[in-house]
Design a protein around this ligand. Structure first.
Ligand code: ZN
Length: 138
């Protein structure tokens, strides 16, 4: 179920909310079809995401997705995160994906049954991808 208690908890969680004063990369993303907005703050050092937070507003799916995503990626290497992004994209399209890699993110695997909401789910991941591309270019 897309609106389970666990998903609502993630959407309302304050754990990853707010600005990160020592962020090394900041990226904004919007999902116009739903009005969801997200600003990601990442602190990347030595190729590892050491810390991350987000600010945003929008539907439960978009906010829960950002919260779950940050829980999953903090402490991971940038190259590994690129492959997590691919797995999350596959999950959202209903393709086979690596559950062992995505871990907590699989809580939202039902998203494939709500095609109209896939953009809400993928917003955080898309924004993350843009943010990490900036780093690998620098
Ligand atoms: Zn939305």
């Amino acid at each position: 179920m897309m609106y389970s208690e666990a998903i609502l908890d993630y959407a309302n969680s304050k754990r990853f909310r707010g600005k990160l004063d020592d962020a090394t990369v900041i990226e904004e993303g919007k999902n116009i079809s739903c009005g969801d907005e997200i600003t990601l703050y990442l602190k990347v050092e030595d190729g590892v995401v050491k810390d991350a937070k987000f600010e945003g507003m929008g539907c439960v799916i978009s906010q829960a997705s950002a919260s779950l995503m940050l829980e999953r990626i903090v402490g991971e290497r940038v190259e590994e995160i690129f492959s997590l992004i691919e797995e999350a994209e596959k999950m959202s399209r209903g393709e086979n994906f690596d559950e062992g890699k995505l871990k907590n993110v699989t809580l939202m695997s039902d998203i494939k049954n709500y095609p109209a909401r896939v953009k809400c789910f993928i917003l955080a991941w898309k924004t993350l991808k843009e943010a990490l591309k900036k780093i690998s270019r620098s």
